[in-house]
Design a binder for this molecule. Structure first.
Ligand code: KG4
Ligand code: ZN
Length: 342
């Protein structure tokens, strides 16, 4: 079974072909970063226009790199939400049109389900598993019992963790996108412990997250530091503050995930696997922290390769494939959904 996936829910125009034996035959991702960078964030109208211009060519490239034509496909899958509605409409319409024209089944995939099932594309992870989904727009702990069967154990009550990284980067003058910039700055830190940042909700019961207070604490710490004439922090201060922030985030996530492991076990009577997904899963400090946590809980830990953690279409193709082989099909009247909880 070969499936073409399309992903256009944010600022990556992506198409990929995945086979049911878990081979990624192609995975083409065109980032629109350069177009959004001057604005310090993703501009929805610019994103939609760029998807419209590039998607056709990206789909062609994905098929070419896979060495396949439309006749070799068994289904077409597109992200149908949640996300920026302009982009989602473009991707979903492209998917439906191709499926209609070629007489292929169409599957509308929830972007979050794409992230959630990535670990089953890269590793042999059985259901149920415990998922930490951390991206620019989402921050959740979920029990994944089967395809389409998710129980939310906790979520953020304010910012998503990727958002916190992005805002902190902006505050420190580290540019956009923030996550990789904060991680890189943190690498040259010499004394991250000189900033005592809070660990919101740590030690409290439950699996919810909060990052707004942490971001404010970074701002207050930064405000006390000397800046150059054009308002820029010294590189050393910036590095220490970035590392202090990253350590606080890792502590918070470890504390919340520890509670989720207990809840997951209680409810399911088995250890399961700890899986991390979403763009923030690219963060090495976070990966190491989760690995230690899983080790301590005697639980296997799976973190997909970074190229499959950030937005891509291989994860969408795979989620669609998991649905297709269970006999799921969606109609051409499926409406794109800007909001769509799992
Ligand atoms: O999953 P994703 O590509 O898009 C969404 O669906 O949101 O996640 C993007 C988010 C951004 O907030 C970005 O700053 C963050 O993931 N991110 C990172 C790293 N790489 C990307 N955060 C921390 N450390 C990283 N290395
Ligand atoms: Zn995403």
């Amino acid at each position: 079974m070969n499936v073409l996936g399309i992903e256009t829910s944010c600022d990556e125009t992506a198409a990929a072909v995945v086979r049911d034996d878990r081979t990624v035959l192609s995975n083409v991702v065109l980032s629109q970063l350069d177009e959004h960078r001057p604005y310090g964030g993703v501009v929805p109208e610019i994103a939609a226009r760029a998807h419209l211009v590039h998607l056709d060519g990206i789909v062609g490239q994905a098929l070419e790199q896979a060495g396949l034509g439309f006749d070799d496909l068994d289904g077409i899958v597109a992200t149908a939400g949640p996300g920026l509605i302009g982009g989602v409409m473009i991707g979903a319409t492209m998917g439906k049109s191709l499926a209609l024209a070629r007489g292929l089944p169409f599957v509308a995939v929830n972007h979050l389900e794409g992230h959630a099932l990535t670990a089953r594309l890269t590793n042999d992870v059985p259901f149920p598993f415990l998922l930490l989904l951390v991206s620019g727009g989402h921050c959740q702990l979920l029990a994944v019992d089967d395809v389409g069967r998710y129980e939310k154990l906790g979520g953020t009550i304010d910012d998503a963790v990727g958002e916190a990284f992005d805002k902190t980067a902006k505050l420190l003058g580290l540019g956009y996108p923030g996550g990789p910039a904060v991680e890189q700055a943190a690498q040259s830190a010499t004394d991250p412990d000189r900033f005592a940042l809070p660990r919101p909700l740590n030690g409290r019961p439950g699996c919810d997250f909060s990052f707004a207070g942490l971001k404010t604490a970074v701002r207050q710490a930064a405000d006390k530091l000397p800046v150059s004439e054009d308002g820029i922090l010294a590189a050393g201060d910036r590095a220490d503050l970035a590392a202090a922030f990253q350590n606080a985030v890792a502590d918070v996530i470890a504390d919340r995930t520890r509670n989720a492991i207990a809840t997951f076990r209680e409810g399911r009577g088995q250890a399961g696997t700890l899986v991390v997904a979403g763009g923030v899963a690219a963060n090495k400090k976070l990966r190491a922290t989760l690995e230690t946590l899983a080790d301590g809980a005697d639980m296997p830990f799976v973190a997909p390769p970074i190229s499959l953690c950030t937005d891509n279409a291989a994860m969408i193709a795979w989620a669609g494939l998991e649905r297709l082989r269970r006999g799921v099909r969606d109609g051409f009247d499926f409406k794109p959904r800007p909001r769509w909880p799992l």
